[in-house]
Design a binder for this molecule. Structure first.
Ligand SMILES: [Zn+2]
Length: 297
């Protein structure tokens, strides 16, 4: 019996069969659990000695290793430029990593005497590429102390989100976050990103949960030991918390130049996020979606 009209058809048919098999399995692909981190993570909380020549190259290597596509570097007292020469170097280093590594800027509360003075500095910083203010340490101050509030006022005027640290001695607050609430209500157009021990210390008492629900301009990053430890304690509550505030949580590690030391522990946030039982689209928001929206990446 003649099965094929001609030789070509005989050759084509096995190909058609093979193609059908490929299409069939490709159709099943969405059912396979895709990794929500596969398209990249944005680490919104990094510290680098950005005035030093190879510091951001080191960050880039770390990013490639971890699947981080974008990182935000926050200056600390130690790593910020100390003079004009260092500042020019720092700016050149960020320019060389444009589109991959961004920077925030800082002013210490006692470095300015007025909102206008702070605005002038921040306008220059923004013009020179800063996309936010922080890491803000209000050393020895209550969160809403006048010296802090004038910096927040300046950030609102210039249009910079603020990432702040909170502990017993810096940006101090009561357990119910009364002072933070005062600042959030006073500068409603400014996004405040919470971080640090005394923020996460109140996670178990659901005060973090309440604050994020009550204040549209409050975000939080999941960085540092304080973030990872709090979020690892009760994973069911963490999963609910993350779903409730899925548009206001940012992935961050709080890694820095110390993370390259031989005995440095890996940032726990990667493993935490990977193993949390939350929907993939919520993970994507936290891994990168929220940062993309907030910073316009
Ligand atoms: Zn930090």
């Amino acid at each position: 019996m003649k099965i094929f009209k001609n030789q070509n058809q005989a050759v084509r048919n096995p190909i058609t069969i093979l193609r059908s098999i490929v299409f069939f399995y490709a159709g099943l692909l969405p059912m396979v659990h895709a990794d929500p981190a596969a398209d990249g993570i944005i680490d919104t909380h990094w510290h680098a000695m950005a005035c030093q020549d190879d510091a951001l190259d080191q960050v880039t290597s770390w990013m490639e290793e971890k699947g981080v596509i974008h990182a935000i570097v926050h200056p600390l007292g130690k790593s910020r430029p100390k003079n004009d020469v260092e500042r020019r170097k720092m700016l050149a280093h960020f320019k060389a990593h444009d589109g991959r590594i961004e920077r925030f800027c800082i002013i210490k509360p006692n470095e300015v005497g007025s909102i206008e003075e702070a605005v002038k500095i921040l306008e220059t910083e923004k013009r020179d590429g800063a996309i936010g203010f922080g890491e803000h340490y209000g050393e020895g101050l209550m969160f809403d102390a006048p010296a802090n509030m004038r910096l927040f006022a300046a950030c609102q005027k210039v249009g910079l989100p603020i990432m702040f640290h909170m502990d017993d001695k810096q940006n101090k607050d009561t357990a119910d976050f009364k002072h933070l609430a005062h600042a959030l209500d006073s500068y409603p157009k400014t996004i405040f990103i919470a971080h640090g021990p005394n923020w996460w210390k109140r996670f178990g008492s659901s005060n973090c949960d309440r604050m994020l629900s009550e204040h549209t301009n409050l975000y939080a990053d999941i960085s540092a030991g304080s973030g990872a430890t709090a979020l690892s304690k009760d994973r069911t509550y963490t999963a609910e918390f993350m779903q409730r505030h899925r548009k206001k949580l940012l992935f961050g590690t709080d890694c820095g130049w110390w993370s390259f030391r031989k005995n440095a522990k890996p940032a726990p946030q990667f493993e935490l996020m990977r193993t949390l039982d939350i929907p993939d689209d919520v993970k994507i928001d936290i891994y990168r979606g929220n940062a993309q929206r907030l910073f316009g990446f």
